[in-house]
Design a protein around this ligand. Structure first.
Ligand code: SAH
Length: 405
């Protein structure tokens, strides 16, 4: 079969179960694999180390099977049994976490490398699964993934929506389009519950798969400290943190995002939760603006709880310095303006920025302001976004809960 042969000594990370093979580690390619084909990976002595999705680019192969528990079919794709095995295991883990539950019916079912399925994300919204392929191989397997999802979920799921046109590689010559891939086609939008809070989610027009499920635990935490506080939620998207704060008795909430579509959905989400928050709408302000501009024009001391959750500033390593500067500037502005005794929840979701680098950026931001700042908690992604111990890059969401004197 088509094979990728590694240079001498470049098999070490693979033997430690790291699932990425960089193009610089490849000595030769035997056969002419198509983009996304499942290839065998051989050490220089030709021993087989596993099978994975081949792709042109800096990551040449993403490993699907290290122990060769499954081998590719003649069409260069993993068989249905492989997908059922991996998705079945992912489902079992979510069940062990109590997901879904009566309070939460939206969660991440497949988290790429963390579920031994590099390049694949599956988020569940009620009875619809929204999948996102980040590699050519995953895009070409969408029909199999969808069938495995329907078979394994035992009636939990009614439909699968493919939202990959923005994430699958454009250069791979794939015919990219979004839409339902199951016989049953639902709406593009649904109402979901997260820790008892309600949200509209539109997977066709929304960002990512429609909602940022990775902030579930952090939203709960903000809710727990929101009572009586004047909350500023920067980069609010559709209002995840805002709704929790309102439902938990915040004195006021101001939500800021530069996307008008997000702000429109935020308003609907606040309305949806009015009953629960008893009159919350009067205490909520939705603002479509640039977050840094808004902060600059904000009078110091107006807010005593701030959430700062920007998009990934560093999508690649080569823009790391710029990203760290941006985190510094943003956090200095927030720390400088928060009221004495204020709580700041600040995040970075850039995979290329590790926890230490992020903390250093926030540290220099604090130093710029000269205020006394204490770290109360270090924050991360929830358990349905697992990190393979062999793939530390999966630990992408970093946050700090700070107390500013
Ligand atoms: N906290 C949100 C997720 C934030 S995602 C939640 O809990 O759901 C990042 C958001 O930042 C996106 O909604 C994007 O529209 C917004 N954004 C990007 N650049 C921005 C800017 N310069 N100013 C304000 N918002 C911005």
């Amino acid at each position: 079969m088509t094979s990728v042969i590694l240079k001498r000594g470049r098999d070490e990370s693979l033997r430690r179960f790291h699932p990425w093979i960089f193009s610089g580690a490849v000595d030769a390619v035997e056969g002419s694999p198509y983009e996304g084909e499942t290839v065998a990976v051989l050490a220089c002595d030709r021993s087989c180390l596993g099978f994975g999705h081949y792709q042109k680019g800096s990551i040449a192969v993403r490993i699907l099977s290290f122990n060769r528990d499954f081998i590719p079919s003649d069409d260069g794709r993993m068989p249905l049994a492989f997908w059922e095995d991996r998705i079945g295991k992912a489902l079992s883990m979510r069940r062990a976490l109590g997901l879904p539950s009566s309070a939460t019916d939206c969660y991440r079912l497949v988290h790429g490398e963390g579920d031994s399925l590099p390049g694949l994300i599956v988020d569940v919204y009620g009875d619809v699964a929204v999948l996102q392929a980040h590699s050519a191989g995953m895009y070409l397997s969408v029909d199999l993934v969808s069938e495995a999802l329907m078979r394994c979920s035992a009636g939990l799921l009614k439909a699968v929506y493919n939202k990959s046109s923005a994430t699958a590689p454009h250069k791979a010559g794939l015919d990219l389009c979004d839409g339902y891939v199951t016989a049953y086609e639902g709406q593009d939008e649904g109402t979901v519950k997260e820790n008892g809070n309600q949200f509209y989610v539109n997977w066709a027009s929304g960002q990512k798969t429609g909602f940022f499920l990775d902030q579930r635990d952090n939203r709960e935490l903000v809710g727990a400290y929101a009572r009586g506080r004047n909350v500023l939620n920067l980069f609010c998207y559709t209002g995840g943190f805002s709704v929790y704060a309102l439902n938990n008795g915040a004195a006021s909430v101001t939500s800021v995002d530069s996307s008008q579509t997000a702000v429109d959905m935020l308003r609907r989400n606040v309305e949806l939760n009015i009953c629960q928050a008893s009159g919350s709408v009067g205490r909520h302000d939705a603002v479509c603006a640039d977050a840094l501009d808004y902060l600059r024009d904000t009078e110091a001391g107006k807010f005593d709880l701030m959430v700062v959750d920007p998009p990934a500033f560093a999508k690649h390593r080569d823009v790391l310095d710029n990203a760290l500067r941006a985190y510094r500037r943003l956090n200095a502005s927030a720390i400088g303006r928060i009221a004495p005794g204020g709580l700041l929840f600040t995040y970075s979701c850039s995979q290329a920025v590790d926890r230490r680098a992020f903390e250093l950026a926030v540290f220099s931001a604090a130093a710029q302001t000269g205020r006394s700042v204490r770290i109360l908690r270090r924050l991360t992604q929830p358990a349905d976004h697992p990190v393979s111990i062999y793939h530390p890059e999966g630990d992408y969401l970093k946050g700090l809960m700070l107390y500013v004197e």
